[in-house]
Design a protein around this ligand. Structure first.
Ligand SMILES: [Zn+2]
Length: 348
């Protein structure tokens, strides 16, 4: 499959920079060692995937957040300037969410706001909602990137860690959190992404969980599913400007956003995006480009940088459908086969 022409900073990762290569290897080594530690922990301590399945919090059918939660996009002026249509397709990350964004993030945040990055599905492996297998594995039978975890989790971790590394280099107060176990049945247990992200957001920080969306018709595309615990912020806005945005009440408000955790769908794990990540020849550049976009959006939201950012050429977009369930055990819209790995991306 042809490699994509990457839209973003080629400069930092195109040359044979030994330092950057070393950094990348170091990051991957860190990831792999973390995964191996997880293996050891899981071997002795994890609970049975089947046990306690009913302990999952059921996503309530809450009404959509009212205006007290944020800033509905009702001002013509605001709509014209802030909700200008984003290109429907990005050369690297593929289709953006075609769902209508119905919010604007106007709340200013401190430039020193602590940022917490999480890898989606890091604590829900081998149970419902372990993340998409990706097109390569799920459709074409390729080997998983790492045994025992979904390819989505693998890439969620790689991207989150790289974004944290880059953000720290630029002076952001940003860190990565990794749950102690890959399988924690109760999402509200201490140490889960949900619990740690909720506490971080409640104390005034910004919590963001990295995801890739399902391949094929199950997936929606890239975009931010915003946190709804308080009025939408400029960080929410800048991420949506860069990656696209989902409706505020997407899937009746998912578990993460309800707790104050934004979910960032990088893109559907398929096609060029997935190929550019899987191919060792382009992986570093792809990972770096995505991390760069995340960090730049964060910087803009924090008002540490003022440059506009959306990066793709304009193309038409059409209406789409939602594809995410609000609970770990739930199936996707209209589907009942929970064993289909592509459809498990929507947990939490
Ligand atoms: Zn996901």
């Amino acid at each position: 499959m042809p490699l994509p022409s990457l839209p973003l900073p080629v400069q930092p990762c195109s040359g044979p920079s030994f330092r950057r290569r070393l950094q990348f290897l170091r990051n991957n080594a860190l990831l792999l060692s973390a995964l191996l530690v997880s293996d050891l922990l899981l071997a002795g301590l994890s609970t049975s995937p089947a046990s306690g399945q009913t302990a999952f919090e059921q996503t309530s059918r809450n009404p959509p957040p009212s205006s007290r939660w944020g800033n509905p996009a009702t001002s013509p002026e605001t709509d014209a300037t802030t909700l200008a249509p984003l290109p429907g397709f990005d050369p690297l990350t593929g289709p953006r969410s075609r769902l209508q964004r119905d919010w604007v993030g106007l709340r200013r945040v401190s430039a020193s706001t602590p940022i917490l990055l999480l890898a989606g599905h890091a604590d829900s492996q081998n149970i419902g909602g372990s993340g998409t297998a990706g097109e390569a594995v799920g459709r074409f039978g390729a080997a998983a990137m790492y045994p025992g975890i979904s390819d989505e989790l693998y890439w969620n971790m790689v991207i989150a860690i790289q974004a944290v590394t880059l953000g720290q280099q630029r002076g952001l107060d940003i860190r990565y959190y990794r749950p102690p176990f890959r399988t924690i049945v109760d999402g509200n247990q201490v140490g889960t992404n949900w619990s740690v992200g909720r506490d971080h957001a409640a104390s005034g920080g910004y919590a963001l969980e990295i995801h890739f969306d399902a391949y094929g018709p199950d997936g929606v595309g890239s975009g931010l599913i915003p946190p709804v615990h308080r009025p939408f912020s400029r960080i929410d806005e800048s991420l949506a400007q860069e990656f696209g945005g989902y409706p505020m009440a997407f899937r009746d408000v998912l578990g993460g956003p309800k707790r104050g955790i934004g979910l960032l769908e990088i893109g559907k794990l398929e096609g060029r995006l997935e190929a550019s990540l899987r191919d060792p020849a382009s992986r570093q550049q792809a990972v770096q480009a995505i991390a760069e976009r995340i960090v730049r959006a964060l910087e803009i939201g924090l008002e540490r940088q003022s440059a506009p950012s959306a990066s793709a050429p304009a193309t038409a977009s059409t209406a789409g459908t939602a594809d995410r369930s609000g609970q770990r055990t739930a199936t996707h819209q209209g589907f009942t086969n929970r064993s289909t790995t592509n459809r498990t991306a929507q947990a939490r």
